[in-house]
Ligand binder design. Sequence first.
Ligand code: FAD
Length: 361
Amino acid sequence: MKIAIIGAGLAGLSFALTLEKHGHSADIFEKQKEIGFDIKLAQLMTPILHGPVDNMIQFLSENHDIHLKPTTNIQKIHVHSPNESAFAEGKLGFVNMRGNHKEAYEKQLAEQLVSSRIYCNHHVTYQEISKEYSHVVLASGEPLDTEQIQPFKVEFTSTFAGATVKGNFIRNEVHTWFDTELAPKGLVYFLPHSETQASLVLVYPQYDEKMVQNKERLWTEAVNRASKTLNQTLTIEENFSIRDYVVGKCDYPRIGNTFFAGNCFGAIKPFLGFGQTGSILSGIYAAQDICGLGDYEKLCKPLYKDYQDSLALRKTVESLNNDQFDLVTKALRVKAIESIVTGRHKKTLKILSQFLKPFTK
Ligand SMILES: Cc1cc2nc3c(=O)[nH]c(=O)nc-3n(C[C@H](O)[C@H](O)[C@H](O)COP(=O)(O)OP(=O)(O)OC[C@H]3O[C@@H](n4cnc5c(N)ncnc54)[C@H](O)[C@@H]3O)c2cc1C
């Protein structure tokens, strides 16, 4: 077998690592001049709402010999609506770094490779690679690359505005804001990197260009709201902006000897846009298939199922107005409801959709 991976991101590198554990190796092509995209960004990996295991770091280490060090263990997630606040407490997952940060997950994965080679500065196409290799893994993080080979159902595209902010933070507390004036059909979130640095991000879907007339005003509002909640003036260090970020899924995880992994497969859960867990798992599953240890399509089935449930929840949440967000946030202060949200019940997404239904009336 001559195996090529397009993209040294979470899916591609998890694929390569799993392959190596079973005696194979791959050539990995990465368009950037080094591992990690060109912004510094904190991301969240939480079992809340999107399992599949309580502790993904432990699960990867014990079951797949893949070792990741997060930046922070999250102990509290605050939810803010226009006039209410609530929080959930407990072992709520992890914050980790991505992109050009020295502890980015993609860099941590790349350091664990032994026999595979990474060719940085190689922007390759599926067409040229598939001529040279018997097996190709498309893990470029770009669903539009999948679309050139097979149908990819785009659910929506998103705009992000974000920055690294400086201040004095509690490093294991995360904040989220749901407010249609602040992020129409989206949200603002705050993930600390340390006691002094955090990522503040505004994200909303691009359903209709008229929905957001002035992105700069929204971003200014997001910074002001976060400053007010955190009771301090935030210093903006590095801004970033992303448009047309695709959320959707492909029809076939595997076609012949081509495997679609990570975002190219459909690893992003539509509700909050979490894609790290699905990307790593899809990479592992694709490698298990090549090594004769499973069937990629079958292994991916739970990911597809979660995708659908997450999409249904998103649609429900998108239909809420600000008064309804206030009611839901107030309800989250009731312990029993908080425990549904943070619970590890297999049907959490479905239960939550049901729970939210009365609020949408
Ligand atoms: C702003 C933002 C915030 C997010 N926050 C979260 C979060 O908090 N939690 C979460 O779980 N998920 C989050 N996500 C989603 C998550 O980042 C992705 O789902 C995940 O990184 C996808 O992994 P991947 O391996 O498919 O792609 P990536 O990790 O993006 O890797 C793809 C790699 O392929 C390379 N590449 C692309 N094209 C080519 C080519 N033609 N040739 C060679 N190399 C190529 C790229 O440079 C990149 O290194 C966020 C996404 C964004 C944009």
